[in-house]
Design a protein around this ligand. Structure first.
Ligand SMILES: [Zn+2]
Length: 540
């Protein structure tokens, strides 16, 4: 009895005394906790990487003391942002290669190659980022001029979306690709019966045996570059949408040294994994790997998205199915049996329909498997209900809508365009949507995602009235879409995505109030500091 009283007295004493130790106290802030009630707080205390208390200024300061106290000067704290679909390693790889983004013509591509060659000794020149839709001609390039101008170099130049690649003739020759080469789910583009150097989707696999592997040092550097850029934008978890087993193992190793970024890694659907899912996977503090990423189809920009009806601007073409229905079902069964999540890239309405049905066959009913459709870009109205029927989560990229809107209607026609990029309709199915950027395809910043989700205009302010505004999200939904909802889609909502007691101290200090500033100011918000696990990892 007496011991019992002492314990009660001790607990009472503990909760009233102002000197409980914390590793870190943040105070004098507006903290958007993004909890269920969307409440705000003024201060929080962190111990051993987790939040131990959050609430009013006096509550926290009366109860906790710390050598490490941060006065937020009445600025704004958000949960660390989560990008639900990115290519984290790929971003760092591309940062070290020839940058072809925002070129306005193929001549500009040539100019950039010249500049690159002056400063690099590489025999193989790899680049990414061209987009023929940004050029006056809007036509796919051919390799004629690079063959003539730079015969001593081997070129591998990827389109912005990664779904098409332009290579020089010497690369085609090395790989033995000619006008007769065929591959399921891909296309060797010909002109006058001869390969143009352009390979779409699975056709890139024809090059697998000849393109040199990246060295480990190159990859380590890639991770360092990507991590630094992500922390500077307030990202504390990234989903890498498709990595080899070897690269996931490498990331796990790097978590013992320089890599502090939390990674949700999806295994690319390599055939040798399908029977071994129970033997792979990670669940550590900084790495979760328990999902398979499949590609049902290609991308809209290169007309590789699989449509139910032909392209409006190419009436003999309905796109490419990269993974056939029976194969999707095989993967779905393997994932289901081993507790893996299945995440399928679906752009076109045919890819979405086939995948939703295949998932439905295995899932049968509502469930907590949290399988995802990545992109869910063009979904037929009649198919939307399957997201709710089988609790399939949409993982979408608001900036794809505003990047594509200049040409997507030519591909799709008005009718299909009206039901494409349907953030709100997709969110309504399960009351949740995971948002991402697909970087390096789009800008890395989560504020761009937030802005585009609510305003539906691009960086030039186009279109003035916003694109299909009935599909816009509210600010609160958009903030959930880059914090707690991707955490749910990653099975990590008990640890991340909101600032609540017991969760990781992953958070961001920014200079403006996302909920209340003018729309046009949103894109200029600055991340001032970023913390992961209570550790300061970025200061502006
Ligand atoms: Zn992607």
């Amino acid at each position: 009895m007496r011991i019992h009283h002492i314990i009660i007295a001790f607990i009472f004493f503990q909760s009233c005394t102002p000197n409980q130790q914390a590793d870190l106290i943040i105070h004098n802030a507006t903290i958007f906790t993004v909890d269920d009630a969307f409440s705000t707080a003024e201060a929080m205390a962190v111990m051993d990487g987790k939040i131990v208390a959050i609430g009013a200024e006096h509550e926290i300061l009366n109860a906790y003391t710390s050598k490490n106290k941060v006065d937020a000067a009445q600025q704004f704290i958000y949960p660390g942002f989560i990008d639900a679909h990115s290519h984290f390693l790929g971003y760092g790889i591309e940062k070290q290669q020839l940058d072809l983004t925002n070129t306005k013509s193929f001549e500009e591509v040539i100019t950039r190659i010249r500049v690159y060659i002056e400063t690099h000794n590489d025999e193989w020149i790899r680049g990414r980022g061209w987009d023929q839709n940004d050029w006056a001609t809007k036509e796919f390039p051919t390799n004629d001029s690079i063959n003539k101008l730079f015969p001593d170099h081997y070129f591998v130049l990827k389109r912005i979306d990664g779904h098409a690649v332009l290579v020089s003739d010497n690369v085609l020759n090395l790989a033995g690709v000619d006008n007769l080469s065929k591959i399921n789910g891909g296309e060797v583009v010909l002109k006058d019966g001869k390969p143009t150097g352009l390979l779409i989707d699975e056709a890139e696999r024809l090059l697998n045996s000849v393109i040199p592997d990246y060295t480990e040092d190159f990859k380590l550097n890639a991770l360092k570059i990507a991590q630094a850029d992500c922390f500077a934008r307030g990202l504390t978890t990234v989903c890498d949408a498709g990595l080899s087993k070897e690269d996931i193992d490498l990331i796990n190793t790097c978590h013992d040294s320089f890599l502090k970024m939390r990674v949700y890694a999806m295994y690319s659907a390599q055939n040798d994994l399908i029977n071994n899912l129970t033997e792979i996977g990670y669940k550590t503090e900084r790495l979760t790997a328990q999902s398979i990423k499949l590609y049902a189809d290609g991308a809209l920009g290169s007309r590789g998205a699989a449509l139910l009806q032909p392209y409006s601007d190419d009436t003999l073409n309905s796109g490419l199915l990269i993974t056939r229905e029976d194969s999707i079902i095989k993967w779905a069964k393997a994932c289901y049996g081993s507790g893996f999540q299945l995440n399928v890239h679906c752009i076109g309405d045919r890819a979405n329909r086939i995948t939703l049905k295949a998932m439905g066959k295995v899932l049968q009913t509502t469930n907590d498997r949290r399988w995802r459709i990545e992109h869910a870009q063009v979904v037929h109205e009649e198919d939307r209900g399957m997201f709710a029927d089988y609790t399939i989560l949409p993982s979408m990229q608001p900036t794809h809508a505003t990047s594509d809107m200049y040409w997507a209607e030519e591909r799709l026609g008005e009718g299909r365009m009206n039901r494409a990029y349907a953030l709100k309709s997709m969110m309504s199915q399960n009351g949740i949507i995971a948002l991402g950027t697909d970087f390096p395809v789009e800008n890395i910043s989560p504020f761009e995602t937030f802005y585009t989700a609510i305003v539906r205009r691009d960086s030039l302010g186009y279109p003035e009235a916003g694109f299909a505004m009935h599909e816009a999200l509210s600010r609160q939904e958009a903030l959930r879409g880059i914090t707690i909802w991707p955490a749910v889609a990653n099975f990590e909502d008990s640890l991340k995505g909101s600032l609540e007691v017991g969760k990781y101290a992953d958070f961001v200090l920014a200079d403006r109030d996302l909920m209340n500033i003018s729309q046009e100011t949103i894109r200029y918000i600055k991340v001032l500091k970023t913390w992961v696990n209570g550790e300061l990892v970025y200061t502006r």
